[in-house]
Design a protein around this ligand. Structure first.
Ligand code: NAD
Length: 262
């Protein structure tokens, strides 16, 4: 059955990439595309706005959910929250890749999404989701090592450290029976304390996304690195999640569920 997909954030880097991924999927159809209301793209044909070959579809200023099986959203926390509420009210499943939510926004999101099938991930790439498992295993064996997480992204990224770096830290902290908020260190102005997880960040150029976790012990170091070279890695994963949740009962699914890693 063809999956009918709505894509938000048409003017954004991920919105465009997701739209392309949907068009390249023989089992999916791009049926609705929207951008923020003030965007120049609103009202334009999707073909001209996104430079993709698709007739008879215009960019909307609001999310049109008629005849949609699933929404894929990579925008901003405020707009994602509004789209989640709209999907919940209409009973339409949503895949959400937006990062940078405050604790308050996250709580509101979780309340809204309780009513539908959803999949949220700070990183939809297959490699990163596999890396979470490798990190849990490493933390189990090397929990007393000094652990540092470094991430690098393009200069336009708003939130820091990345949602992926925080999710990696969370996977390690949970394995060690710790709370990330207690063990995370975001600056190096003081000496290293045992049991802490250090974070460092690079924002430069057009780096798509790189994460390295270092486990350093006396005499040896283990580094687990993931490098995304194209946004299509995230878009493909999000689309895979969309196929997975489209006919599932209301629940919050993870990429581990989608990839059979849970
Ligand atoms: P971007 O700045 O290129 O795009 C953001 C989009 O949001 C734009 O299209 C913008 O018009 C839209 N937008 C802004 N305000 C809006 C509003 N009020 N209503 C509707 N739309 C609005 O950013 P990007 O690089 O495409 O990233 C988008 C989000 O996805 C970020 O939070 C980023 O961290 C996240 N991201 C997640 C993954 C993942 O795998 N989970 C991968 C890459 C990016």
């Amino acid at each position: 059955m063809t999956l009918r997909v709505a894509v938000t954030g048409a003017g954004g880097r991920m919105g465009r990439t997701v739209a392309q991924a949907v068009l390249s999927d023989a089992n999916a159809a791009l049926v609705s595309v929207c951008a923020r209301q003030s965007s120049d793209l609103v009202g334009k044909s999707v073909a001209s706005a996104l430079g993709i070959d698709i007739p008879d579809l215009r960019v909307g200023g609001t999310l049109d959910l008629s005849n949609v099986d699933v929404v894929i959203d990579f925008t901003l926390p405020e707009s994602s929250l509004a789209y989640a509420q709209q999907c919940a009210a209409a009973g339409v499943p949503i895949v959400m890749g937006t990062t940078g939510f405050t604790d308050e926004q996250r709580a509101m999101l979780e309340t809204s999404l309780g009513a539908v099938a959803s999949c949220r991930a700070a990183n939809f790439s297959t490699g990163v989701n596999l890396a979470y498992r490798l990190l849990e295993l490493s933390a189990k064996v090397l929990g007393d090592a000094d652990i540092e997480i470094h991430e690098a992204h393009h200069k336009h990224k708003i939130d820091a450290p990345s949602g992926t770096a925080l999710a990696m830290g969370d996977a390690i902290a949970q394995t060690m029976g710790a709370d990330l908020s207690q063990v995370a260190r975001y600056d190096r102005a003081s000496n290293r304390e045992p049991g802490t997880i250090g974070f460092s960040v690079t924002r430069a150029g057009d780096i798509v996304g790189e994460h390295t976790v270092l486990f350093a012990s006396e005499g040896e170091r283990l580094e687990i690195t993931h490098k995304a070279s194209s946004r299509s890695a995230f878009a493909t994963g999000a689309l895979r999640a969309a196929h997975f949740i489209a006919d599932k009962p209301a629940n919050s699914y993870t990429m581990a569920d989608v990839l059979g890693l849970s």
